[in-house]
Design a protein around this ligand. Structure first.
Ligand code: GA4
Length: 326
């Protein structure tokens, strides 16, 4: 990304409501957090986890490699693009006109088909980077599966791995993303307005695991529509419920609307694992969660069909709307 140029025209955000809001905090080292996890998924679709077991040196090393990549000249990084769907992207998000004040890498999680794009510019460092990415994905996937298994227990689903098996499947269609939000040239803290880093959206997958450096920017939308800023914490992870988990719980869990505002003066770096099911998987409410005569709120669809439709949408669209029964 060229940081000397003027930022492109993007939607300006008004300041979020800064009234203190509480974000659920789950300590994964505590013995019984099932009920807390279920509550957080129902009330916020979002929570923070501590004592997560992902090695700090792995996180540090991957972050350093990612920053090294983003510090390369734009003309070099652009050779690892466009993200179709994997590779380097600059400002443009998706294919339908969304833009944000960021640059990013979108990578696969179960093969290395994007590897050639990185190795052409990153030389032998690409091997180190891909190796760290693979280790990191394995660690956060493990944590995501533990969370999903506790959630399944908390929901009294007999099959503990009802959700987690989809992430563990060899064909799991998961994605890994590294976002870099550089400072904004000419940014004035005092003018009270922010620029969109990544526009509001929900994640289509089952669960997302986000970790960032200590620079703020992430905001989530509460059930009453208020936006709140999530204080950054580089030692913790933030978990999002995705659209697919909303459907599998027949709307009991809500996928959380979130966005990132560019910080202005400092670089934000975030890494997100989006845990998704295999393409052929039918996404439908789990039978054991349906009470009495309860009917599915959603039409039947596979993850492939949902994903295809999602990629035709704009970020802020209500993607599940198309699949709701009227
Ligand atoms: C949002 C969640 C993930 O970042 C992502 C995004 C994807 C992309 O950046 O290519 C999408 C977006 C995300 C949802 C709607 C479509 C597709 C951009 C976009 C406008 C990788 C994903 O899976 O869906």
């Amino acid at each position: 990304m060229v940081v000397h140029s003027k930022p492109p025209a993007m939607e300006q955000l008004s300041r979020p409501n800064h009234r203190a809001a509480f974000i659920p905090l789950i300590d994964l080292s505590k013995p019984d957090t099932k009920a807390q996890l279920v509550r957080a998924c129902e009330d916020f679709g979002f929570f923070k986890v501590v004592h997560h077991g992902v090695p700090a040196d792995l996180i540090r090393d991957l972050e350093a490699e990612a920053l090294r990549f983003f510090s390369l000249p734009l003309s070099v990084k652009a050779q690892a693009g466009p993200p179709d769907p994997f590779g380097y992207g600059d400002k443009k998000i998706g294919h339908n006109g969304d833009v944000g004040w960021l640059e990013y890498l979108l990578l696969t999680t179960n093969d290395s088909s994007d590897y050639h794009k990185l190795s052409s510019i990153f030389g032998h460092a690409a091997e180190k980077f891909r190796c760290l990415v693979n280790k990191y994905i394995a660690a956060v996937r493990k944590m995501a599966c533990e969370i999903l298994e506790m959630v399944a227990e908390g929901l009294r689903i007999q099959q503990r791995d009802a959700f987690s098996k989809l992430l563990m499947d060899e064909q799991s269609d998961s994605v890994f993303r590294v976002n870099h939000y550089p400072p904004i040239p000419g940014f004035l803290e005092s003018d009270g307005r922010n620029l969109i880093g990544f526009g509001e959206h929900t994640d289509p997958q089952i669960i997302s695991v986000l970790r960032s450096n200590n620079i703020s920017g992430l905001q989530i939308s509460l059930k009453d529509g208020r936006w709140i800023s999530v204080p950054p914490d580089h030692n913790s992870f933030f978990i999002n419920v995705g659209d697919s988990l909303q459907v599998m719980t027949n709307g009991r869990f809500k996928s959380v609307k979130h966005r990132v505002v560019a910080n202005g003066s400092k670089s934000r770096l975030s890494m997100i694992y989006f845990g998704g099911p295999p393409l052929s998987e039918k996404i439908a409410p789990l039978a054991s969660l349906m009470q009495g005569e309860e009917d599915s709120l959603y039409k039947e669809f596979t993850w492939f069909e949902y994903k295809k439709s999602a990629y035709k949408s704009k970020l802020a669209d209500n993607r599940l709307g198309l699949f709701e029964k009227i």
